[in-house]
Design a protein around this ligand. Structure first.
Ligand code: ADP
Ligand code: ZN
Ligand code: ZN
Length: 743
């Protein structure tokens, strides 16, 4: 067959490239023309390099002149990558307007990206046969063989080859025993050894559900075989996890798999062990601690169906599943589900798309649902399931605002908070102090001239750290020494402003010198198991003080904490970002939820300089749900998400004019095009980004918003295309973020 003939084969290959198109190639010389299917990996020449790509289409013609078509170097896969995974990548690339090649390559385990075969890694497990249990005379004259047989006999599930080698036995001894029919071996996957079939799914009994939980579970049970989004809206400690576990049990009983997505901070050893203890089936965690081979093993175990339950953070939404049965997104409001660079996806939203595609139920759980999910529940798109009482009859914590105006402070704590801490410590209880900033103080100031320690590279103040004693910018990591005198006026009267965790810890140490204080933030937990050690100590229940950032606020159970103090609640009140208040209300509610989970009722003191603020009062007096209602009303009136859809184009450059010029032209052209096209999309800007200068680069943004998603996508695609034609766009970095979470 001639390569220019009408029936030649052209392969469209997606490679990792910002260009939003596939590239045409001729087949390699080994693979027969009918041997191609979409979804296989290939190695192709790309520019000067050789890269891995994925065949996404097989065509009979190309617009590239025949003499310029290059040949595929090698076909890697015998069968295509998993179909559900390919579908999700395509969906994500289209929805988030990202290059498909980049999406595919970015979403596969790195060993696959490097061209490693897809087959599962296996190991050999040796176990004893019936005959081996009564070997008779067969090994009496081979003492080493007898020892080996005894060693294997001790392990009911058998021994893996590496363990046998470690015991000092060799292959010849194994073979000899096998030839005598005394032992036998089988291959098993490294990631999820195929267990002997268990008659039951459960390894431990379930908890008897309380009334609300049973109601919720009964509703969920009704729809195991169809797509349905349920918002499980339950106060902290109401037993959502127990509901997930029992729902998963039903799914496993049907021979299906469960995918559980948790926030970055939520994948703790306790969470995992709760799942592992419950089921007689392989539970696989996908977390950042896995090395490349383990990651590939887990992927393979999920794809083949050997893994029953997959638990992971954001990127786990891309795990292929052989027999999907349910998806659960725990703490669905959590910001870590949104990826902030490259493919800017929201794992919750992709999970919903995926569940719809598979025709399976999805449960979004939270004590403080996102306004997006609440709005969908209110308009009937999602089923709204509520759990209003805490499991085990723990009483809800009482919240109160503490006016900090004009009060003396120690490490950010006013007299009322200090007195309450003393009282709870004297009652042999634990106290949690929440500070929203790590370091010693948010900045250093001169009391003579008002100078503030600012980052030379960013529009931000540098944080004062005590240990090491330095000024550090939390945005660009730039560091410098702490000056002895003011660089502006020479005064020695430099003072830390505000309180970070280190300063609060220091003040508490002075005030309560006999009390154990545990500080938990990113600095104090850099060592791998430091957090786990601290948490273990806290669980012992001895009276102590915990000082920490939001690392403490989420996911952990502290049954002995009866008082929570929020050092400063004002962060989210006056921010330019319309979501700031929602996020800070979620965080405060989560922090408050740490108090009084066991038999002792909890108290939460929230310090503020704005005790009259209506939002703060609503939150404290009536709770998150009431505040969320009022925020939803505001959003509707203001035409903001979830009542409108948004896309944000961000750009950055070393020169302010470069980004502003280009974005101004983009905005003007866009508005003209929108008017001509009659498309109901608003285009706002360009405006400088909230922190305009970061690492000496200038950031600006252009905002699109629309009532209809399809209009927004059409406008976004047009803008993206227009940008790709501008020569000056190549000199700066820009990106389009669909459904941006931070503005
Ligand atoms: P959530 O996920 O809503 O914060 P959990 O499922 O973690 O709540 O439950 C909080 C605590 O209550 C856990 O210690 C859990 O073991 C316990 N719990 C949950 N459901 C029940 C139940 N039905 N009976 C007794 N204890 C329960
Ligand atoms: Zn000064
Ligand atoms: Zn900086």
């Amino acid at each position: 067959m001639s390569p220019s003939g009408p029936d030649r084969v052209i392969l469209a290959v997606a490679v990792s490239s910002p260009l939003k198109r596939a590239f045409d190639y001729l087949p390699d010389r080994e693979t027969p023309d009918d041997g191609w299917v979409p979804g296989v990996r290939v190695r192709v020449p790309f520019g000067q390099r050789s890269v891995i790509g994925v065949v996404i289409d097989i065509r009979d013609h190309s617009d590239v002149p025949p003499d310029r078509l290059r040949r595929i170097e090698a076909l890697i896969d015998r069968s295509p990558l998993p179909g559900d995974w390919l579908w999700l990548c395509r969906f994500a690339a289209r929805y988030y307007q990202h290059s498909l090649g980049d999406t595919l390559i970015g979403a596969m385990p790195s060993l696959l990206r490097q061209g490693r075969p897809l087959e599962a890694r296996t190991r050999t497990r040796w176990s004893i046969t019936d005959q081996g249990r009564s070997p008779g005379e067969t090994v009496t004259r081979a003492p080493r063989q007898a020892e080996l047989l005894a060693a294997i006999a001790q392990h009911p599930r058998g021994l893996v080859a590496s363990a046998i080698t470690a015991l000092g036995f060799n292959r010849a001894q194994l073979n000899a025993l096998r030839d005598k029919g005394l032992i036998d071996c089988r291959e098993e996957s490294v990631a999820a050894p195929l267990n002997e079939r268990h008659a039951t799914t459960l390894a431990e009994p379930t908890l008897p559900l309380h009334r609300e939980q049973s109601g919720v579970l009964a509703e969920l049970h009704q729809d195991l075989d169809r797509f349905q989004v349920s918002l499980l809206h339950g106060v902290t400690g109401s037993g959502k996890t127990e509901v997930y576990l029992q729902l998963i049990e039903a799914v496993l009983d049907r021979g299906r798999q469960a995918l559980v997505l948790v926030p970055e901070i939520g994948l703790t050893p306790q969470t995992l062990s709760r799942f592992r203890k419950r089921f007689n089936a392989p539970v696989i965690a996908l977390h950042s601690g896995l090395n490349d081979s383990e990651r590939l093993d887990s992927w393979e175990a999920a794809r083949s169906g050997r893994a029953a339950v997959l638990i992971g953070t954001r990127s786990a939404v891309f795990t292929p599943l052989a027999r999907p049965g349910v998806i659960i997104v725990d703490e669905e409001h959590d910001g870590s589900f949104k990826q902030q660079d490259s493919l800017r996806y929201h794992a919750r939203d992709l999970a919903i798309a995926r569940a719809q595609r598979h025709g399976i139920p999805i449960v979004l759980g939270s004590a403080t649902p996102s306004l997006e999910s609440l709005a969908r529940a209110r308009d009937g798109h999602y089923r709204h399931l509520r759990l209003n009482t805490r499991a085990g009859n723990a009483a809800p914590a009482t919240l109160s605002l503490v006016d900090l105006r004009g009060k003396p402070q120690r490490g950010g704590l006013g007299p009322q908070a200090l007195a309450a801490i003393r009282e709870h410590l004297e009652a042999q209880r634990q106290v949690l102090v929440f500070v929203n900033r790590r370091g010693f103080a948010p900045t250093l100031a001169c009391h003579q001239c008002g100078w503030l320690a600012e980052c030379p590279q960013c529009d931000a103040r540098m944080t004062l750290h005590r240990d090491p004693h330095r000024l550090i910018c939390h945005h660009c990591e730039q560091q410098r020494g702490v000056p002895d005198a003011c660089p502006e006026c020479g005064s020695a009267d430099l003072r830390p402003q505000g309180a970070g965790t280190e300063r609060t810890e220091e003040a508490l140490q002075e005030a309560f010198s006999d009390t154990r204080i545990l500080r938990i933030d990113r600095d104090s937990t850099r060592r791998r198991d430091a957090l786990e050690q601290h948490l273990n100590e806290i669980r012992q229940g001895e009276p102590c003080l915990l000082v920490g950032t939001q690392m403490l606020a989420k996911g952990h159970h502290f049954p002995h904490v009866t008082l929570v103090v929020v050092v400063n609640a004002d962060g989210g009140l006056y921010s330019a970002d319309f979501r700031a208040l929602e996020h800070s209300a979620q965080l405060l509610t989560q922090v408050a939820g740490r108090a009084g989970r066991a038999q002792h009722p909890g108290r939460v003191l929230i310090q503020t300089l704005h005790p009259e603020d209506p939002s703060l009062r609503l939150l404290v007096e009536e709770g998150y749900d009431a505040l969320a209602e009022s925020l939803l009303t505001e959003r509707r009136l203001a035409g903001l998400p979830p009542f409108r859809y948004m896309a944000l184009m961000r750009g950055e450059s070393a020169r302010m004019e470069a980004v502003i010029d280009l974005f101004t032209r983009a905005g003007e052209t866009m508005r003209t095009w929108l008017a001509e096209r009659g498309l109901a999309v608003h285009c706002l800007g360009p405006v400088p980004a909230p922190m305009e200068r970061r690492q000496n680069r200038y950031h600006a943004q252009l905002l699109l918003s629309a009532d209809r998603r399809s209009a927004l996508h059409e406008a976004g695609a047009w803008l993206d295309d227009w940008m790709s034609q501008q020569s000056d766009a190549r000199r700066l970095r820009y990106s389009i973020d669909i459904d941006p979470q931070e503005m």
